[in-house]
Design a protein around this ligand. Structure first.
Ligand code: FAD
Ligand code: FES
Length: 285
């Protein structure tokens, strides 16, 4: 066995950097938003990511899990993760308090939402449930550079009104005239006055010209097939449709082969792919 020096270990892709949770906000009964910053200020200032990329988060002594970066990539003070309380790592994170120490590796993924190509085009964002999380960094980036983009529309489907994420951001955007938002819930409560049913049924109302529009889709796997059928009916081009895919991951850096789809590895080639790239990969969608 070859023993590694302390410095060699520090540079290993598997060793997380120490970070602290600076703020926790409950967004829904099952999701919390965590503001996180690296302990090392220089590391934090130099932490750059692209919309759609993800990190691996370590709960020391327990394990690691991947989470999408949900904040504006231009925010250098901290970054945000929105995490559903789902299992070992995520529930341990939910039990943590502001000031708690965690580990972070990343950012990972070569496939990101092509915010440069989208300039001077319309952007249609379609999210189902937790799928709004990776889209948040793109939406926040676009809203900061709003004059560079044409029409922006968000179509968002949630299970019920309580499970709608980022209500403050949505409320703020709803009062602006330069972005339109359509939300639909599967199970309305007595107070709900909006759309009812799966968000797919809102797509026929979109009237963006396909040649001038980029579409971004993120949601549970079952949603993709139906959304793509509706987008094809509207003649949106596969090379202009981008999807964020989720697979079980271990290493996050292309070494363990846990996340492969055909000849692609979701962790390094994705997690964002154009529909054109994956259209012939059987298990992709
Ligand atoms: C690229 C990527 C980005 C992600 N971004 C987010 C995010 O922003 N917010 C968020 O809340 N979650 C996100 N996830 C999912 C998150 O990583 C899982 O919730 C997490 O792995 C669950 O880990 P756990 O240890 O809490 O649960 P575990 O104890 O490992 O599992 C709990 C249950 O969830 C199932 N499960 C675990 N991971 C997955 C998965 N990836 N797909 C389907 N089922 C799974 C297990 O089979 C088990 O039934 C992302 C996953 C990937 C691959
Ligand atoms: S998670 Fe290990 S190869 Fe993708």
């Amino acid at each position: 066995m070859v023993l590694k020096t302390k410095n060699e270990n520090k540079n290993s892709i598997y060793v997380p950097d120490i970070a602290r949770i600076s703020r926790i906000e409950k967004l829904s009964p099952t999701e919390k938003l965590f503001n996180i910053a690296f302990e090392d200020e220089e590391k934090q200032n130099n932490f750059k990511f692209l919309p759609g990329q993800f990190i691996e988060l370590t709960i020391f002594g327990l394990g690691e899990a991947p989470f999408c970066l949900a904040s504006n990539p231009n925010n250098r003070e901290f970054f945000e993760l929105c995490v559903r309380n789902a299992g070992n790592v995520s529930s341990a994170l939910h039990r943590m308090e502001e000031g708690s120490k965690i580990g972070i590796r990343g950012p990972f993924g070569k496939g990101y939402f092509p915010f440069e190509k989208m300039r001077n085009h319309n952007v249609l964002l379609i999210a189902g449930g937790l799928g709004l999380v990776p889209l948040m960094s793109l939406i926040k980036y676009i809203m900061q550079h709003r004059e560079d983009y044409r029409e922006i529309m968000i179509v968002y489907g949630a299970v019920n009104p309580d499970s709608i994420l980022f209500k403050n951001d949505i409320g703020y955007w709803s009062n602006r005239s330069d972005i339109s938002i359509c939300i639909s819930v599967d199970n309305p409560d007595d107070k709900w006055t909006g759309e009812i049913g799966v968000c797919t049924k809102l797509i026929p109302r979109v009237n963006f010209p396909p040649e001038d529009t980029y579409v971004v889709v993120c949601g549970p796997p079952v949603m993709y097939k139906y959304v793509i059928v509706e987008l094809e009916k509207k003649n949106f081009k596969p090379e202009n449709i981008y999807l964020s895919l989720e697979r079980r991951m271990e290493c996050g850096v292309g070494k363990c082969n846990h996340c492969h789809i055909g000849n692609k590895l979701v962790c390094v080639d994705g997690p964002v792919f154009s529909l054109w790239e994956i259209i012939n990969l059987k298990e992709a969608i």
